[in-house]
Design a protein around this ligand. Structure first.
Ligand SMILES: Nc1ncnc2c1ncn2[C@@H]1O[C@H](COP(=O)(O)OP(=O)(O)OP(=O)(O)O)[C@@H](O)[C@H]1O
Length: 284
């Protein structure tokens, strides 16, 4: 297991927006890496390049030495959560994962295992349209875990989870890392990252501001403010894009990526690396 090596990754949108600017960092096996930055810092764009949904302007993200598109069975290697709400509302949770397993060649037994991993076994027979935001987020995590991947790339994974769910997620991420997996979680909210991550990567305006062990930073929030010049969203503040959050709870905001999955699902956006430039438009 070698994790992910991001080297000089750059993305321009048109001639005026450099969303990601020569980013270089690694996501190490056996560790949780927090990917931090204010709104618009380029986190989601970076994650989307890592899983081949958009093509870098320059640089590369290598997964075990290969780009996502070069991997023979990408979903067995990389599980990605880039949006949690794309599952068809009329479909039952278990059927959503079954379809995804079929389309991507996963063993059917993984469906129930993944449902169990994300605590959705009891709700698996219910239609996704009746799921809460937190349940849809769990389903997206289940989709990311379906291939039993050694690398997990999760964009705002705590979004929509209640306090018990956030504690559960923290434990799940720690367990996944303890199994030797490389886990990357993006956020611009610091409290959960401070409790969960081993390493932090801080970006601002598309550029790397810091990469290293969390333990090297005395105070994550102070470092974030110094490195980004941006106040962190205080824990306990409901996000404008996540109105479901109860006030008083830590919140990691959601992001809005287009879907690009052959199964029409929202979770595990790593859809064979075939989305290419066509997926570049934002849906939110
Ligand atoms: N398809 C696109 N076309 C044009 N500009 C884009 C596109 N996608 C992203 N951007 C711009 O790139 C920059 C980085 O956006 P990105 O969504 O990657 O940031 P982020 O760190 O994930 O932000 P947030 O925390 O708000 O989700 C922003 O200025 C954004 O407006």
């Amino acid at each position: 297991m070698t994790g992910v090596s991001v080297r000089g990754l750059t993305k321009d949108f048109g001639s005026s927006v450099r969303a990601v600017d020569a980013l270089t960092f690694t996501v190490a096996p056996g560790r949780v890496t927090g990917f931090l930055g204010p709104n618009g810092a380029g986190k989601t764009t970076t994650l989307r390049m890592m899983v081949g949904l958009i093509r870098p302007t320059a640089g590369e993200a290598l997964i075990n030495g290969r780009t996502y598109g070069q991997l023979a069975r990408p979903r067995r290697v990389v599980g990605a959560l880039l949006e949690a709400t794309g599952a068809h509302p009329g479909r039952r949770g278990r059927d959503h994962l079954r379809l995804l397993a079929q389309v991507t060649g996963m063993p059917a037994r993984r469906v129930d295992e993944a449902l169990d991993q994300v605590g959705l076994t009891d709700a698996a027979g219910r239609r996704v349209g009746g799921y809460s935001l937190g349940m849809r987020q769990r389903l997206g995590l289940g989709a990311a875990l379906l291939g039993d991947p050694e690398i997990l790339l999760l964009d705002e994974p705590a979004n929509g989870l209640d306090p018990a769910g956030i504690a559960w997620l923290r434990s799940l991420l720690r367990d996944l890392a303890a199994e030797g997996r490389a886990v990357l979680i993006s956020s611009h909210v610091l409290s959960e990252v401070a409790q969960t991550a081993d390493d932090v990567v801080i970006v601002n305006e598309g550029q790397l501001r810091h990469a290293g062990p969390l333990a090297e930073l005395d105070d994550l929030e102070a470092a974030f403010l110094r490195l980004t010049g941006t106040p962190a969203e205080p824990s306990g503040t409901a996000s404008e894009k996540a109105p479901e959050h109860a006030a008083g709870q830590p919140t990691w905001r959601t992001s809005g990526q287009p879907t690009g999955d052959p199964a029409g699902n929202g979770g595990g956006r790593a859809a064979g690396g075939a989305a290419g430039e066509a997926a570049e438009g934002r849906s939110a």
